[in-house]
Design a protein around this ligand. Structure first.
Ligand code: SF4
Ligand code: SF4
Length: 379
């Protein structure tokens, strides 16, 4: 058991300020999902005052790790650290949800989250094989780390495809690890776990990047971005790479005048700040620079924006075990956006795109668009 399970239990005065903001509580209004309950439960587990039950597990594994509660808490309670420590404890006791255990095992056995052959990691690029085949494992200072979701999930292939096509139009040289890319390990970090096996994965990805002479790593997935930026840097203090999210490099190209949107896009849109990119990493401006460079596009900003922006519900691996909770959150958020006049939600994250697509199933007159695909279509 980690001290983080009990540390904040004593700091929390159960005031409830956090629960008004909590992504999960706001959607279903059940106290078992409020941040203060999660912290109280963790402390009680630590003190052996509570047994492990289905409900206990639901409280701990349904959190989407958005971090909004921490911004609201007047006492400085680190809810995320508490939840991650408790998840780790439960998994070590063999009490983790089956879906999560499968995913964690798949990373070690297959090097991806889907129990698929890692040799098929370039599946996403089948339609652009001619453009891409010379890039794989070539020497370059810039590497695209694609991530498991976009590599294997057909509905997300358009994200890396679009970025690569933009790179080609602008004449940017880059490399890819191909089947040598292994999962970044983020699901382990969301469970508070960093063991030898995960370190082996990190070591592998680092070494392969070094072999290709990489100096800058670009990710389109904010989860991979945060893993590289925080966990890999903690693991290797001398990590010789600059880590950038794709929106950062695209915004730089726009500022330098190397990328210019010519076509008009007359739509009212809201940008879905991904938690891992915005709240957890402080990258707010880059996607906005891209969107503001599009003629005719009207970017709606809500009162709750940037660090306090709504979470889509697709993170923290809540969705792996409780897909209905994740979907309900997406529907709630999409309805809020629609009520504020948005015709389209623009995403810069595969998990946001994926979850919001499910969330709008029953909402009319609003759609979801990935920022890379939008940009490519307007060049
Ligand atoms: S806001 Fe902070 S102190 Fe208040 S209940 Fe939530 S976690 Fe506890
Ligand atoms: S991290 Fe998000 S979902 Fe989890 S308790 Fe805090 S506000 Fe709720």
């Amino acid at each position: 058991m980690s001290e983080n399970m009990i540390k904040y239990y004593y700091l929390c005065n159960v005031c409830g300020t956090c629960r008004q903001q909590c992504t999960v509580f706001r959607t279903n209004l059940l106290e078992v999902f409020s941040p203060r309950t999660r912290v109280t439960l963790a402390g009680n587990l630590y003190l052996n005052k509570l047994g492990i039950t289905k409900k206990t597990k639901e409280t701990i594994f349904s959190c989407v790790l958005c971090g909004i509660c921490e911004n609201a808490c007047p006492s400085g309670v680190k809810v995320l650290d508490t939840i991650k420590a408790t998840r780790k404890y439960l998994i070590e006791q063999g009490e983790g949800p089956e879906a999560i255990q499968k995913l964690l095992d798949s990373i070690i056995e297959e090097k991806n989250i889907f129990l698929l052959e890692n040799e098929d990691r370039m599946s996403w690029a089948e339609d652009i094989e001619d453009k891409i085949k010379d890039k794989i494992k070539k020497q370059s200072e810039l590497a695209l780390f694609v991530g498991c979701q976009e590599s294997f999930k057909g509905s997300l292939y358009n994200i890396p495809e679009s970025l690569v096509s933009i790179f080609e139009k602008v004449g940017i040289d880059f490399t890819l690890l191909g089947d040598e890319e292994w999962c970044c390990g983020a699901p382990y970090f969301l469970m508070g776990i960093r063991n030898e096996k995960v370190e082996e994965i990190m070591r592998h990805n680092i070494e392969k990047m070094k072999e290709l002479g990489v100096k800058k790593i670009i990710t389109t997935c904010p989860g991979c971005y945060l893993a590289w930026k925080e966990e890999y840097k903690k693991f290797d203090k001398e990590l010789p790479f600059e880590i950038l999210h794709s929106t950062e490099i695209l915004a730089d190209l726009i500022k330098e005048g190397k990328l210019k949107v010519e076509k008009e896009y007359k739509k009212k849109v809201i940008f879905q700040d991904p938690c891992d990119l915005a709240r957890h990493s402080g990258v707010f401006e880059a996607p906005r620079i891209i969107l503001k460079s599009i003629p005719g596009l009207e970017l709606i900003e809500l009162e709750r924006e940037k660090a306090d922006a709504y979470c889509c519900g697709g993170g923290g691996l809540c969705k792996a075990t409780y897909p209905e909770i994740a979907k309900d959150i997406a529907t709630t958020v999409a309805n809020i956006y629609k009520d504020h006049g948005a015709e389209e939600i623009i995403t810069a994250c595969p998990a946001c795109f994926d979850n919001l697509m499910l969330g709008i199933e029953k909402i009319e007159n609003i759609n979801i668009q990935d920022i890379h695909s939008l940009l490519l279509a307007l060049l």
